[in-house]
Design a protein around this ligand. Structure first.
Ligand SMILES: [Zn+2]
Ligand SMILES: [Zn+2]
Ligand SMILES: [Zn+2]
Length: 163
């Protein structure tokens, strides 16, 4: 798990290959422990999503899969995405209809995704204060809040500095 800073906006100039190998190793370990099958196609889709910290759309994933020879049909990609979502290895950004790799521990969890409208970089946090307030608000309305992904739009430090 990565705990080096809170607002972990990671731009293109960091050693991203380390992020990718860590994410794939975590996924291998998690799936092996749970008896989940991280098939070649699922692992490849995860790798494509992890090409950066920006969300990737399903049809871009399909495009990239098909560049490597064998043609995959859209349902194959959607099934792989469903598996990765359910395993908590990726998150879906509903507003962009795109997917981003999860840098936190796999499995079902609450997360807040800070989505930069400038560079589209996504930073994932899991702030207990936000979870707490959602639970409180839910309780006030007799509503049991489930673990979920909350999207928070804004501008990262770098994008605020640029313009
Ligand atoms: Zn990275
Ligand atoms: Zn996550
Ligand atoms: Zn930005």
């Amino acid at each position: 798990m990565n705990t080096e800073s809170d607002a972990t906006f990671r731009h293109r100039d960091h050693d991203h290959s380390a992020c990718v190998s860590e994410a794939l190793e975590d996924a291998d370990r998690y799936c092996a422990q749970r008896g989940l099958r991280l098939t070649r196609i699922r692992r490849r889709v995860l790798e494509i999503i992890w090409q950066g910290h920006e969300p990737v759309k399903a049809y871009d994933i399909l495009d990239q899969l098909n560049q490597s020879g064998r043609r995959s049909a859209p349902p194959t990609v959607y099934r792989a995405l469903d598996f990765l979502l359910e395993a908590g290895l990726v998150h879906r950004i509903d507003s962009l209809n795109a997917f981003v790799g999860c840098p936190l521990a796999p499995g079902e969890h609450s997360a807040q995704l800070l989505v930069c409208s400038g560079c589209e970089t996504v930073a994932e946090i899991d702030d207990p204060a936000i979870r707490g307030i959602l639970d409180q608000i839910g309780a006030r309305h007799g509503f049991a809040v489930e673990p979920q992904t909350v999207e928070i739009k804004g501008l990262c430090e770098r994008c605020r500095g640029d313009s």
